[in-house]
Design a protein around this ligand. Structure first.
Ligand code: GLC
Length: 422
């Protein structure tokens, strides 16, 4: 099964890097500020990623417990991080480096799965028509510009570049196309699957890389769906079939380096989001935007290091784990891997946690961070509550007794060994 490694990994790293990282004001800066090609060119001329170190990136991902990385080979601005015979708007021209080559080589050497992001939009290409997302849309001659633009020619370029990416870099595990917008935007028509010849593009992917996973943003179904900056609250099912999904999430709301943005999520929140994703049978793709020199920003490095410390101890509750069809107690969420059920405690209860339906189903309970055993008991359901004793839980409730001191980890996890793994 194509997606087996992906289901297993559960946690990946998204990397948004390009000449917008030099602008350091979000990867849509050209669009948001309606920068002309000439104005935006300054970031190309001064692109000097001397601190872009693909090996360091791969090691950081591994140390954070991530099994794969997805790098922006081209973003909406059209700038390519790879050597292309079809354009010289590339990192090879800008700084003499094929960053995709460095990336692929480093990830393979480190045993990390290789993902590409590729933008369907291209604000640099002379044939990509001006639309509601295009930086030129407010120009006086915006509509007239389209008279000379020809999406058929752009399509050829797009297919040619995808062919290059899927031919020149060996086996690729994952491809994230971005994105289709069928509805009109500010009065401009959107762009639909036919604009990309989505069927042809997907067929090309299948022909060149039959094992590669492809996402759902071509405007036709792919191998998995990609909720963006929100968390699904239930496993996703389409026509009765479970849907493979991956939530992509940012550290501060921006994908590309955004120097003055301080909306940094805490490592605790991110671990909770990760556990939440796995509890609903999904993956989480957590983004970093390397800075203008290509380095992981110190604030991001610190967050990833904290998550990595947690993953070192709690990996078994995430990697290879998935949804458990049980209602968790109000303090947390469940994940499950084989005969192990994991309770991720988002709040720490005083003295004990009560687990409906699990009386008689658990042979051993322990804290996952230090492997310390936890006492369990079943309170007699008939017992009346008094002001000195709790009422018995509903029939079948298992009580797990906890130390008063919450373990000093981002999210404590109780591992429950089930007597029946089915
Ligand atoms: C969006 C944005 C983009 C980002 C992507 C990540 O569609 O256009 O900047 O790369 O989502 O999922």
């Amino acid at each position: 099964m194509r997606q087996q490694w992906f289901d297993e990994a559960r946690f990946g790293m998204f990397v948004h890097f390009g000449i917008y990282s030099v602008g350091a004001r979000h990867e849509w800066v050209q669009n948001r500020e309606r920068l002309t090609d000439a104005e935006y060119r300054a970031y190309f001329e001064n692109f000097d990623p001397d601190r872009f170190d693909a090996t360091a990136l791969a090691r950081r991902a591994k140390a954070t417990g991530m099994g794969y990385i997805v790098l922006t080979t081209k973003h909406h601005d059209g700038f390519c991080l790879f050597d292309s015979a079809l354009t010289d708007f590339t990192s090879v021209t800008a700084c003499g480096r094929d960053l995709v080559r460095e990336y692929v080589d480093a990830l393979r050497a480190e045993g990390v799965k290789v993902g590409f992001y590729y933008s369907l939009l291209d604000w640099h290409h002379p044939d990509f028509t001006v639309d509601g997302h295009h930086p030129r849309r407010d120009d006086a001659n915006a509509a007239a510009l389209n008279a000379d633009r020809d999406m058929a020619r752009y399509r050829e370029y797009l297919h040619g570049q995808v062919r290059e990416l899927l031919t020149n870099y060996g086996a690729i595990d994952y491809l994230f196309f971005d994105f289709t917008y069928p509805d009109a935007v500010d009065g401009w028509p959107g762009k639909v699957a036919a604009d990309w010849d989505a069927d042809g593009l997907l067929a090309l992917c299948r022909e060149l890389q039959p094992e590669m996973l492809v996402n759902d943003r071509l405007g036709i179904p792919g191998d998995f769906v990609t909720p963006e900056q929100y968390q699904p609250t239930a496993p996703l099912v389409t026509d009765g079939v479970p849907q493979v999904w991956e939530a992509c999430q940012t550290l501060n709301g921006s994908w590309g380096y955004d120097r003055d943005n301080t909306d940094q999520k805490s490592a605790t929140m991110l671990v909770e989001m990760l556990a939440d994703s796995v509890s609903m049978d999904g993956n989480m793709l957590l983004n970093i935007g390397p800075d203008g020199r290509g380095a992981i920003a110190p604030r991001d490095e610190r967050t990833l290091a904290e998550i990595g410390e947690w993953m070192l101890l709690h990996r078994d509750a995430i990697v290879g784990a998935g949804h458990a069809p049980l209602t968790p107690p109000r303090e947390g969420v469940y994940t499950r891997r084989g005969d192990r059920l994991y309770l991720h405690l988002v709040s720490w209860p005083m003295g004990a946690v009560h687990l409906p339906g699990l009386a008689g189903a658990v042979t051993f309970a322990r804290l996952l961070n230090d492997g310390s055993a936890l006492r369990t008991s079943v309170i007699d359901p008939a017992q009346e509550a008094s002001n000195m004793t709790p009422a018995g839980g509903p029939e079948g409730t298992l009580t797990v007794h906890l130390p008063i001191r919450r373990p000093d980890v981002l999210v404590p996890v109780i591992e429950l060994r089930l007597s029946d793994a089915s």
